[in-house]
Structure formats: C-alpha cells, structure tokens
Design a protein around this ligand. Structure first.
Ligand code: PLP
Length: 356
C-alpha cells in the first residue's frame, strides 16, 4: 500500500484511474481507444460538453464567463495573460508570492510595464503580503492563490477596481470561489482537475481585444473561445480524465463538501507539526496552504532517517521542493483523511522511537 503525498504532476482517485484505464482500451464500447477517437467526433464533443458543464456547475461559473481547455500548461499563461490583456503602453500589477508568480512577472515584462505591488521574497516567501494598494488605472492585477512550492495560500478574493487575474493551478476545485469577481482564472490541470497536459481557463466575456496587439493565433484567447477549445487538437485524454474526475467530485457532493474535508486534513497535519517537538512548519500560520503542507525537522540530521522511516511504511512524495528542502505533503482532493492520519501516526511513531 502506497500513500502518495507528491506535489505533482497530480493525484487522482483510484476509481477515476480505473475508468480511465478502461477507456484506453475501449472507449464507451466503441471498439476504439480514447487515445484514437477523433477530436471532431460526436463522442469527443460530448466529452468536451460534459467536462465544461461539470466545471461550470462545480465552480458556479456564471454565464458572463467562458470556459476553455488549452494545451501548454499553466506556464504558457504567464505569457498569454499579458499578451492578451496588457497594452504596450499599459501597466500590469503583480503580487510576488513565490516561484510561479515571479515567473509570471518575468513574462509580463516582455509585453508592457509591470509593477510588483508587494513581495514576500525577503522572507523566503513564507507569507502573503497584505498591506498594499492596487492602483485603479492599471490593465489588471495578477496573483497566485496557492504557492505549491512554499506552502502558502490565500483564501480571500482581492477587492480591486481593475480586472482580476489569478493562477489557481494548485487549489482550484479545492474550495469554493466567487468566479464572478475574476476576469481571468487559469489552472494547469494536474493537481485537482485531471492529468497533466491541459490548462483550464475561465475568461469573462468582453475583456479581450483591448491591447491593439496582433496576437499570434494560437496564443489568442479569443480564438480558442470562438472555437470552443477546438481551434487545434485539444488534449483529448487529459480532458476525458478531467471529465471522469469532475464526475467523481460531483458525486462526493461538490466543492463545498471537499473543502470541508480539505480543511480537516490540513488542520490534522498542521496540529501534529505544531505539537510534535521534532517538526516545525515553514509558512506563517495565517497563510498556511491547505494543499501543500511544508515543514522541516528541528534537527536537520534526522531528516534522512525520517524520510527512510516514512518510505519504509509506504509514504511517498514528501520530499520538499528543491528550492526549499525539508518536507512537503500535498493534500490534494484525492488524498483522503485516512492517508493524512497515517502520515501523522508515522510522525508520532518516529518521535516515540527517538524518545522525544
Ligand atoms: N502555477 C502554479 C501555482 C503551479 O503549481 C505550477 C506547477 O506546479 C505552475 C504554475 C506551472 O504549471 P505547468 O507546469 O503546467 O506549466
């Protein structure tokens, strides 16, 4: 038995994986694999429609917003967002809370002026800056809602007077959000949405076409909206498994139900980190992520021993990101409470053996 707390590419429930595996051999009794059906066929259009409808229902996406499924990963939107929303002579506002937002900032600078309104870089990205004002005359305000690497997250929708853009790659579908407040949300599929290879983008109608820029066709959000994600070959398999995963989430009761589960899972692990004399959390308490729990051992020499102990018990994927070291347990939707209880029990058992 393996308990996978890996940060990525992602995590899917066993039931979803089982259905996905069947469709690789024979999709819906067509005698064809999901990997070989035409993306223009009726079969796939049905998949695309249901995936969109499930995403719309689970995230309560209003009719004012379009949903598209693109290739290229979340990183392609670090460039596509400014390409589509930032005029040459305009300014975009960014909040710098980690590696992903700083990559987004670097790309935006290639298209216009960028103002970084606040940054937690000098504190190893251990918190979310809160004291700053977003100017009213900028093209948009961009932030990252969950920092997969540093284990910080914000659960509030920023109140700004300009279009709000968010990279929700690692927390979308983990908690209720007010989509109507956002002009654009993008999220790489591979955490809570589906397998890597697809990015979900939610765009408010009417915000495109204002830069005056001649955008290369494949990078133009408007083209993908007009073609309903079929301008070019979409990530067929990734979209199909996303549909299965969103059906799974809907059957569990939807996002507000999984949110409560995610709160319980994270609280349990943080409690152990705070109570156990061998471990310490790295993120400021009020900004702790529910998806990626980062922690270190108070005595660095025990880290290797604890890693080995945990892996002998079937725990995988808890090594911290190479930028931060220590440990990171990712608690995506498909990681159940039992797995978190097992990790906590393993930490306690290790502490007992060490006679703390
Ligand atoms: N943004 C966040 C918050 C992420 O966690 C990741 C990857 O884990 C990315 C962006 C980059 O995504 P991709 O590898 O799909 O380009």
């Amino acid at each position: 038995m393996k308990y996978n707390f890996g940060a990525g590419p992602g995590k899917l429930a066993k039931e979803v994986l089982a259905e996905a595996a069947v469709a690789v051999r024979d999709f819906n009794n067509t005698g064809l694999s999901i990997l070989e059906i035409s993306h223009r066929s009726e079969h796939f259009i049905e998949v695309l429609n249901e995936t969109e409808q499930l995403a719309r229902q689970l995230l309560a996406v209003p009719d004012t917003h379009d949903i598209i499924f693109l290739q290229g990963g979340a990183s392609s939107h670090f460039a596509m967002v400014p390409m589509n929303l930032l005029p040459d002579d305009g300014t975009a506002i960014y909040l710098d809370t980690g590696v992903w937002s700083s990559k987004a900032i670097a790309e935006a600078k290639k298209f216009g002026r960028v103002s970084v309104v606040a940054s937690s870089v000098n504190a190893d990205y251990s918190f979310y800056p809160k004291e700053y004002t977003v100017p009213k005359d900028a093209a948009y305000y961009h932030f990252t809602s969950n920092n997969t690497i540093y284990g910080t997250g914000t659960f509030e929708t920023p109140q700004v007077d300009i279009p709000l853009v968010c990279d929700m790659s690692s927390d979308i579908f983990s908690r209720d959000i007010d989509v109507s407040a956002y002009s654009l949300i993008y999220a790489g599929a591979q955490k809570n949405t589906g397998p890597a290879g697809m990015t979900l983008v939610i765009i408010k109608k009417g915000i495109l076409g204002r830069t005056g820029r001649d955008i290369p066709t494949i990078f133009d959000y408007g083209v993908h909206v007009a073609h309903r994600s079929l301008y070019n070959t979409p990530a067929v398999y990734s979209i199909y498994v996303t549909m299965l995963n969103l059906r799974w989430l809907a059957a569990k009761g939807g996002v507000s139900v999984i949110e409560q589960e995610n709160i319980r899972k994270a609280a349990l692990l943080y409690q152990e980190i705070d109570d156990n004399p061998l471990f310490s959390g790295t993120a400021r308490k009020e900004d702790r992520s529910r998806m990626n729990v980062t922690f270190v051992m108070n005595s660095k020499d025990l880290e290797y021993e604890f890693s080995t102990f945990a892996s002998q018990r079937g725990i995988v994927g808890i090594a911290g990101h190479r930028h931060v070291g220590g440990f990171r347990a990712s608690l995506y939707n498909a990681v159940d409470l039992k797995a978190v209880e097992f990790l906590v029990e393993t930490m306690r058992e290790f502490t007992r053996i060490k006679q703390y």
